[in-house]
Design a binder for this molecule. Sequence first.
Ligand code: PLP
Length: 319
Amino acid sequence: MTKRSPQPQYAYFKGKIVPFEQATVSIMTHALHYGTAVFGGLRGYWNDDEEQLFLFRPLEHFERLIQSASLMRIKLEKSPEELTEILRQLLQTEDIHEDCYIRPLAYKSTPTIGVRLHDIDDDFTMAAFPFGSYVEGKEETGLHVCFSAWRRVDDNAIPARGKVSGAYANSSLIKSDALLSGYDEALVLTNDGHLSEGSAANIMMVRKGTLITPPITSDLLEGITRRSIIELARDYLGLEVVERDIDRTEVYIADELFFCGTGVQIAAITQVEHRQIGTGKIGAITHRLHQTFHEAVNGRLPAYRHWLTPVYAEEPLHV
Ligand SMILES: Cc1ncc(COP(=O)(O)O)c(C=O)c1O
């Protein structure tokens, strides 16, 4: 199969699938000025043996998008099932036969000035494109990260468990400052100084064989990958998993550390601010979780097939 262009060719826009160039908005769009939009990020995994593109937990992703929209008073009058069906049609039109990334966006669409959320129209759009690894070249060595000087946006400032576009100004500051200082990523603390997450991924730590991750009250996005890793670790690998606050200095002495999220999937961290984590190599638990997760998302773990929705099926699946 020849690889196609990495750019989207189509988009779902104003209720239908249109050529990508036609999906444009006014420069006065409210969301563009005030960050009044919410988005999602999903992956599709191509399985060569079955010649099938599998969407990873699309219903959960769209459920979170609907919750994010509701937090921002954005009307998104579609169910997770309807959104999944639109996505399947979009991907069939795009004719993608490789791993891909999908970006749905619900936004305040009225071209108008004035900071508020009410009395403004809303719209929804979605695009998809082929997409591989987010941490290209670091799969073998692991990432070298710092603690960001920026704090994670507090849930009492912008809903942390919503994927709110405006909050990604915080993520962008965190990511660029880390990269421009020579690191691969950053760890971000809450305002009370506990570990929250990365710029756009959740964080997990291993100490003495236990998988530990900050609780969902630590100003973090309730990650669908995080939830999946917890399930796999507990039920499939039989590991102890604990959700609790993590102090900064625990990170330095962790045995293993890794990010998880749709973008990074599972990305090992082997150094924090020039301190080696564990052996300085990708740890055994991280490695096993990485392998297991990839088997699950590619449809190779029968017990987790229910996480996947096939794109190239004849009939609509959910409506
Ligand atoms: C801030 C933030 N945290 C965590 C995650 C991981 O969430 P998920 O696993 O649902 O992609 C993301 C997005 O990918 C994110 O943007």
